[in-house]
Write a protein that binds this ligand. Structure first.
Ligand code: 1YM
Length: 643
């Protein structure tokens, strides 16, 4: 057999079915990959890589190579068995062609009421194919090399042999379709984060990830973690001071389902818990996470009573107490996952709760009994949290009485708006009194409120909630927003639909943004999750000639306007650089930065905030080494940073 199509006889009938399926995907891509924005784009890569990971987890493949090539072409190579090339008995064409052209029932992102599964073998390949300008599949079966080319999911030639080989594996190369996606520029860090996550969740797998697009910015990362989720926890804690050097690791298998958990406490005051079901990040938690939290609270209290770490008349530790400073990964693998919620980010399988809960309770109980010194250290941390929470409660009650937190007491410097309808209102949080003054005069007072910040910023890295209540810089923010913080947060009470951070476009401004974002991330996270936090974008330059002028938001834009206004002549173009918001008069500030019909504001997402949080930890934390490293890496950014 040489150069012969691997094909059967039902070609015509199959073609019709194929065309209908691919058509459906191209008509409603969102149903299959969530969106045609940047997330959907990256999803294409995950679908193909998932198939290679499945092959690795089945024990047939130990290396996966992922490359971003020039022109945003993606290549994924594995050394598994190769997708089966034999004739599919029902379809009459090669099984590999079936996998890449026939749509399998039910999209992952389907809006209907049906079950949604993760890790279904090969399901996504045809979707990726349909949404690619072109895709090339090469299979090595130890004897022959098979090849097939597709254009937008269609093929004119069947899978055919193009050579001989003694290797096995699968290679897929594709370019996303610009007719479908708004932007096909892959973001290296986004893919890296996800691939790294997959490498942690599947211990031992080796993923080599390379960006070849720009020779001057060649980037490569080898992702290979024998420690699995234990390594994941250590990775997340790398810039923190940990309370015990080795993460606690628990594993259980029951009725074909597995659960594993890794835990390591650090001396910070907040929790990082990430849960996964069949390698899919369950952003909104679910039954496995509930089981974990229940067990954790129970085991602390039972152990504490038994060992007299909690006295008879001491209160029980709360869930928040026992999770202070925890970094944990929860990963379950089930035969079939049911995902719930708007964005399918919540695990619904009822059997996952007792599976995780029993494992964590008995596993931690044993661990504590066998490691009493570590148990005591973690326990003291939780007791500290309990005391701080008690102190916070008292501070809050005091604040309530003093400033009438409940009866709508508002900070003195707030210039409020007249509307009370938070679907319309917005608040600008502005650093400094002079910028605050311009904003106050320039705003539309019917729906825009201004809160100038002043005073020394609290280092939230080293402070617990009780300190926030007495901080003169943050407390006005809390009071003005009106929705409380921490465990008292109630988003429905938020007084303004948009909370807009307005800071200078310089290093100090970026410092303020980092600080506020870290504060929101730690104490008011639902505001970020529900899309209420924004950055204002003030211009950097005013470029003018005679009566005509433009505002420029970057140096590139400035140069464009200079060229336009000078019109090739030597005519003098006036360029004014805004060093700070305070330099703009109220009218300019309104026109460029505040007027909803003219301005650009950027919505903050959870990833931005998590990034700010990491940056903040590095800059403000106790560890010197990561701080030095960060400043070296970001020398340009950090030059004027006063830390
Ligand atoms: C670069 C992407 O898709 N690898 C891959 C896919 C498959 C297999 C091996 C495979 C699966 C099985 C048996 C099986 C797939 N096969 C199919 C289908 N890498 C990549 N490696 N033999 C090989 O599941 O039994 C879909 S994916 F459906 F054709 F069997």
């Amino acid at each position: 057999m040489s150069n012969q199509p691997v094909n059967g006889s039902h070609y015509d009938a199959d073609q019709i079915q194929v065309l209908e399926g691919l058509e459906a995907v191209r008509k409603r891509p969102g149903m299959y990959i969530g969106s045609t924005g940047i997330n959907g784009l990256h999803h294409l890569v995950y679908e193909i890589v998932d198939n290679a990971i499945d092959e690795a987890m089945a024990g047939f493949c130990d290396q996966i190579q992922v490359d971003i090539l020039e022109n945003n072409v993606i290549r994924v190579i594995d050394n598994g068995r190769g997708i089966p090339v034999g004739i599919h008995p029902k379809e009459g064409i090669s099984a590999a062609t079936v996998a890449y052209t026939i749509l399998h029932a039910g999209g992952k992102f389907g809006g209907g009421g049906y079950k949604v599964s993760g890790g279904l073998h090969g399901v996504g390949a045809s979707v990726v194919n349909a949404l690619s300008e072109w895709l090339e599949l090469t299979v090595y079966d130890g004897k022959h090399i098979y090849f097939q080319h597709f254009d937008r999911g269609h093929y004119s030639e069947a899978l055919k042999i193009i050579g001989d080989t003694d290797k096995t594996g699968t290679t897929v190369v594709f370019r996303p379709d610009e007719e479908i996606f708004e932007d096909i520029n892959f973001v290296y860090d986004t893919l890296l984060t996800r691939l790294r996550e997959q490498a942690f969740l599947n211990a031992g797998i080796k993923i080599i990830f390379t960006d070849h697009r720009d020779p001057e910015n060649f980037q490569q990362e080898v992702l290979h973690y024998e420690g699995g989720i234990k390594s994941f926890v250590q990775f997340l804690n790398q810039n923190k001071d940990v309370i015990h050097p080795e993460p606690i690791y628990l594993y259980k298998e029951e009725n074909g389902a597995t659960a594993e958990v890794a835990i390591q406490y650090n001396n910070s005051y907040y929790e990082v818990i990430k849960s996964f079901a069949n390698d899919i990040h369950t952003v909104d938690g679910g039954t496995h996470e509930t089981g974990f939290k229940n067990a954790l609270t129970r085991v602390f209290n039972d152990y504490g009573r038994r060992h007299k770490l909690l006295k008879d008349n001491d209160q029980n530790l709360s869930g928040d107490d026992v999770r202070e400073g925890i970094t944990a990964i929860i990963s379950v693998k089930l035969t079939e996952c049911e995902f719930e919620g708007q964005t399918k980010g919540k695990l619904g399988n009822t059997e996952a709760r007792p599976l995780v809960e029993n494992m964590v309770y008995s596993g931690l109980d044993t661990y504590f009994e066998e490691n009493p010194v570590i148990a005591k250290m973690i326990f003291e941390k939780a007791i500290g949290a309990q005391r701080a929470r008690e102190a916070a409660r008292k501070a809050r009650d005091l604040t309530r009485r003093k400033s009438a937190l409940d009866s709508g007491g508002l900070p003195g410097k707030l210039a409020d708006c007249t509307s009370k309808d938070n679907t319309l209102t917005e608040i600008f949080i502005v650093e400094g009194d002079s910028a605050g003054g311009s904003a106050k005069d320039g705003r539309d007072r019917r729906f825009q409120a201004i809160l100038p910040l002043w005073g020394k910023m609290l280092n939230v890295e080293k402070a617990r909630l009780d300190k926030v209540y007495s901080n003169e810089k943050l407390m006005p923010v809390v009071l003005a927003l009106g929705c409380g913080i921490g465990e008292d947060l109630d988003v429905s009470k938020l007084r303004y639909g948009k909370v807009i951070i307005m800071a200078d476009a310089d290093v100090d401004g970026s410092h303020i943004r980092t600080l506020l974002l870290t504060f929101f991330f730690r104490y008011m996270r639902p505001l970020i999750e529900q899309g209420h936090i924004y950055f204002a974008q003030p211009p950097l330059f005013r470029v003018g000639r005679g009566k005509k002028f433009y505002y420029a938001f970057s140096e590139k834009e400035r140069d464009k306007y200079i060229a336009e206004l000078s019109n090739g002549s030597d005519a003098k173009v006036d360029v004014q650089r805004y060093k700070g918001l305070g330099e703009m008069d109220p009218v300019q500030l309104w026109e460029t930065t505040m007027d909803p019909s003219n301005r650009t504001i950027v919505r903050v997402n959870l990833e931005d905030a998590a990034q700010a949080d990491t940056t903040f930890t590095i800059l403000m934390g106790d560890k010197v080494e990561p701080r030095k490293e960060f400043i070296e890496r970001n020398a340009r950014f950090a030059r004027n940073l006063d830390i």
